[in-house]
Design a protein around this ligand. Structure first.
Ligand SMILES: NC(=O)c1ccc[n+]([C@@H]2O[C@H](COP(=O)([O-])OP(=O)(O)OC[C@H]3O[C@@H](n4cnc5c(N)ncnc54)[C@H](O)[C@@H]3O)[C@@H](O)[C@H]2O)c1
Ligand SMILES: O=C(O)[C@H](O)[C@H](O)COP(=O)(O)O
Length: 365
């Protein structure tokens, strides 16, 4: 924050979930994340706001109509955390495969919502040679050149279903409770279901009832209905639980903040002379040879070297019931890098090129 915005004025950091109108009334610029509701109640006492930015893709916490009618420029950060979410979902699938002795290789994965994050998951999966089906009726209608299937077909044909839609409460393609009781009941035997988008895309009460009957279906939840208070009864039924941190890579956070810096300098018509790279620590150069990545277990070991999902899952189970536990875990989330931060040796060899397609950096050993 200070590095990018320090030259532009005085920065005041506040609790995003409890931000009150009184605290914002003299702000020239408001930068938020997904937990801050930006609406008339927050902004009506402020008549000098020049810019609102959210370092997120989701905009469900922003009253865009209200900002537009007040002529307050707004920007979010589409795509900033797509790689982080893509790698998170891919790693979660590798973890499930290991835990249930059921290889990911050979499965068919369905991605619901083929925008930034959905496409990033597909990229990892395709690099590893996994068949992917996409469902995105909105993009399909807009003429996106990829092939799409309906949600029913996707559920029918896929072993894994990964959710990547925005939360929408109205319209032909609304996603609120897209996975309600009926849809959950339509999942094939032994399906893996992952939600890394918004909690309310799955009816969590229905999910609890469903899981009490269907132990064969394995579920990974990064997002929860009613955050920051996930339903405690549901937690024991979920294979991997995390507190809405799928997009929390160091690179993703830096990208999001940098995108807001670029937008703000544009709105203020000033020269932005900072570089994003200056926000990131150097890459890791470890003596890992790609040739050693002979099977899925070895790939998971490599992925765990970058991000060990089991640590966040354990922290979640131990802390989510504490006072402010969910938010505390998010605020203090241990820095996580993306695959690109790890240099893997001999990656250029033809039989291991797929690791570079997965996002790892290459180096000669
Ligand atoms: N867990 C996290 O940390 C995290 C990180 C990033 C994004 N998110 C959430 O994930 C959502 C998706 O992120 P993104 O970057 O991919 O957004 P995006 O806007 O790039 O893509 C979303 C896609 O969903 C499609 N879509 C909308 N309604 C649909 C429906 N009913 N069925 C199928 N597809 C539908 C849209 O056409 C779009 O292509 C965000 O809106 C945000 O809520 C969560
Ligand atoms: O919409 C998004 O981009 C994500 O949900 C976002 O990364 C969540 O993180 P937060 O803004 O709450 O820190």
């Amino acid at each position: 924050m200070q590095q990018l915005f320090g030259d532009l004025g005085t920065i005041e950091t506040v609790n995003g979930r409890e931000l009150a109108a009184e605290q914002v009334k003299d702000a020239d610029v408001l930068l938020v994340r997904s937990v801050t509701k930006v609406n008339q109640a927050l902004l009506e006492n402020n008549d000098k706001l020049k810019f609102v930015g959210s370092a997120t893709i989701g905009t469900d916490h922003i009253d865009l109509e209200y900002l537009a009618c007040r002529n307050i420029p707004f920007s979010n950060a589409p795509g900033c955390n797509a790689t982080a979410v893509g790698e998170f979902a891919f790693i979660a699938m590798l973890e499930l495969a290991q835990r249930f002795k059921s290889p990911l290789k050979g499965k068919v994965v369905g991605i619901v919502g083929a925008g930034n994050t959905g496409t990033a998951v597909a990229k990892c999966l395709k690099a590893y040679g996994i068949e992917v089906l996409l469902c995105d009726p909105v993009l399909e209608k807009k003429g996106d050149s990829r092939s799409f299937v309906s949600l029913n077909t996707l559920i029918d044909k896929c072993d894994v279903v990964s959710l990547h839609v925005p939360i929408t409460k109205t319209g032909e393609h609304k996603t609120w409770y897209l996975f309600d009781e009926a849809r959950l009941n339509s999942l094939r035997e032994n399906t893996w279901l992952l939600n890394c988008c918004r909690g309310e895309v799955i009816d969590n009460r229905a999910l609890l009832r469903f899981k009490q009957q269907r132990d064969d279906v394995k579920v990974v939840l990064d997002v929860w209905e009613g955050e920051p208070n996930p339903m405690p009864e549901l937690v024991p039924y979920i294979e991997f639980c995390t507190p809405h941190i799928a997009g929390y890579s160091l690179e993703g956070k830096a990208r999001g903040t940098f995108m807001l810096y670029q937008q703000l300098t544009k709105v203020l018509a000033i020269k932005g002379d900072k570089q994003m790279e200056s926000l990131l620590p150097p890459l890791w150069s470890e003596q890992v040879s790609a040739i050693e990545i002979a099977d899925e277990r070895a790939l998971l070991q490599l992925a765990r070297f970058v991000y060990d999902l089991r640590d966040d899952d354990e922290l979640f189970r131990n802390n989510f019931l504490n006072n402010h536990g969910f938010d505390h875990m998010r605020k203090n989330h241990k820095h996580r890098r993306e695959f690109s931060a790890l240099k893997v040796g001999n990656i250029g060899q033809t039989n291991v090129n797929w690791l570079s397609n997965l996002g790892f950096s290459g180096v000669e050993l």
